[in-house]
Design a protein around this ligand. Structure first.
Ligand code: FAD
Length: 473
């Protein structure tokens, strides 16, 4: 097993639980990939380097099938808030009805779209996170698909009549890092918003690293061994009948002698925009103009649907928006145990950008929280190259393992009924560059591990074969 992000860890645990002897090799000094935490600003301040909001983990079959882990998920009073100029912020509560009440004239449309997605429950989530398996909830998936296939701009304008309804959908959909005029961006928005009602948007008490460590312990308890601080550069280093790779296509191309056709197909895989990330140590909470925003774990900044759509379109076109969409996370709203008020936020930037977006991001916060900058004790910034140094899977700063476009929803990283399997016998990709894509849900790891186990059972892969990392297919 190469790489210990959520997909790598779930893959390793699945294989070890099935009785395989597993060795997990991680390039970084700490396990967890996008689940790592560290003191980035001041001593004692715990910051998550990647994922904080565990909605996808809680909703994911890959995590739910593990049973209880020694991890406490802690919920902020409000999952998400979307401040607006000169009017109260939109609040997305755990309760769909309460959210709908806050949306006034758009309340009914919220319940019919986001509410219906949440009511379809785990079978629909499993269907969406297993896009190449027979659907567990075909009718709900068809209903979801009718709305979700649309661009967020189109669904926002047809479904909602208020500035608030449209803005909140745009804020959710912009997590996709796509142009919101593109197909399926509405689907990302609907699903994400629905998870707030289905499972909430909790954090891990003490930092996401606690979850990564719990998974590593689960692996060791199942007999797995682990090595950190070793970057695998050539698959010939490994000698095992089955190898799961928590890496993206660009890395695989540099690690192995691949058949030319497959190599070319991987070369056509597209990475999306990157992010510029800021972590702050504050001397108190963010001074929101609307105090209700203080209770939100996640805050979407960027204003109306039109503004957010413009900012995201500019990014996808290769420009830096002067008024970017900012995704802000306030861990202190749910977890007082991180050494004080820590905050992180990012905005989307063109892939590979080295532009420092501190000014633009902080201006968006000041827009809704005047006096914010006075609260800052220390900052830590990461450009796209800094992100890639911290995790080689963040190619050009792309935090989703590749563009989440319609084309790459199924062709991830290649067109195949089993895209986790590579042409090298016994070698599987399991990262966010495989279905169902980005997020701390571990489903790429589960799908790849299940495929490997089925290949072992069917004899397609022989359990005692020594790995020959050459192009044989
Ligand atoms: C700033 C940021 C915020 C995010 N926020 C959220 C959030 O709140 N909620 C959410 O659900 N998702 C969030 N995400 C996305 C989520 O973290 C990722 O989608 C997820 O971590 C992908 O998991 P993965 O296992 O595919 O890869 P990763 O988590 O990227 O892990 C890959 C691992 O493999 C290792 N590796 C790579 N190559 C090699 C090699 N050759 N040899 C050895 N080891 C190797 C890397 O060092 C890394 O540890 C965020 C991501 C970032 C960066």
């Amino acid at each position: 097993m190469v790489g210990s992000g959520p997909n790598g860890l779930i893959g390793a645990v699945t294989l070890a639980s099935a009785g395989l002897r597993v060795l997990l090799v991680e390039a970084a000094g700490t396990f967890g990939g996008g689940l790592r935490s560290a003191e980035l600003t001041l001593p004692g301040r715990v910051h998550d380097l990647g994922a904080t909001v565990m909605a996808m983990a809680l909703a994911s079959p890959a995590f739910r099938r593990l049973g209880p882990l020694p991890v406490e998920f802690t919920h902020p009073p409000v999952p998400a808030a979307h401040p607006l100029d000169d009017r109260p912020a939109v609040l997305v509560h755990r309760d769909a009805e309460r959210t709908a009440q806050g949306l006034g004239r758009d309340g009914r449309a919220w319940l019919a779209s986001v509410g219906a997605t949440a009511r379809a429950g785990f079978p629909l989530v499993e269907t969406l996170l297993s896009p190449l398996s027979p659907p567990r909830a075909p009718l709900a998936a068809a209903r979801f698909g009718a709305l979700g296939a649309l661009p967020a701009t189109v669904l926002g304008r047809t479904l909602f009549r208020t500035v608030e309804g449209r803005a909140v959908l745009a804020g959710m959909a912009a997590h996709s890092v796509l142009d919101l005029r593109s197909p399926i961006t509405a689907g990302y928005g609907l699903l994400l918003a629905a998870t707030a009602h289905l499972v909430g948007w909790p954090l891990v008490r003490g930092g996401s690293q606690v979850l990564a460590d719990a998974l590593v312990e689960r692996l060791r308890a199942a007999g797995g061994a682990t090595v950190s601080g070793h970057r695998v550069r050539d698959l010939r280093e490994l000698d095992a009948p089955v190898v799961l790779l928590d890496v993206t296509p660009r890395q695989l191309r540099s690690m192995a002698d691949l058949p030319r056709g497959y190599r070319d197909r991987l070369g056509r895989y597209r990475y999306g925009p990157g992010v510029f990330k800021l972590d702050w140590a504050l001397d108190g909470p963010v001074p929101w103009r609307d105090p209700a925003v203080a209770g939100a774990g996640t805050v979407h900044l960027g204003g109306t649907l039109e503004e957010i759509a413009l900012a995201e379109a500019e990014t996808v076109a290769g420009r830096h928006s002067p008024r970017p969409y900012v995704l802000l996370v306030q861990p202190y709203a749910a977890d007082a145990g991180r050494g004080g008020h820590t905050l992180w936020g990012y905005c989307h930037v063109p892939n590979g950008s080295e532009v420092d977006m501190t000014g633009a991001i902080e201006a968006q916060i000041e827009r809704y929280a005047p006096g914010f900058r006075d609260r800052v004790l220390a900052r830590h910034t990461m450009t796209t190259s800094a992100l890639e140094r911290f995790d080689p899977n963040l190619v050009g700063g792309d935090i989703g393992g590749g563009a989440a476009s319609l084309g790459q929803f199924f062709r991830r990283p290649v067109w195949s009924a089993t895209p986790w399997r590579t042409p090298l016998p016994g070698v599987y990709l399991c990262s966010a560059a495989t279905p169902p894509g980005g997020g701390a849900h571990g489903m790429g790891g589960l799908h790849a591990a299940r495929l490997a186990l089925s290949d072992l059972r069917s004899g397609r892969v022989r359990p005692n074969s020594r790995r020959q990392f050459s192009a044989t297919a």
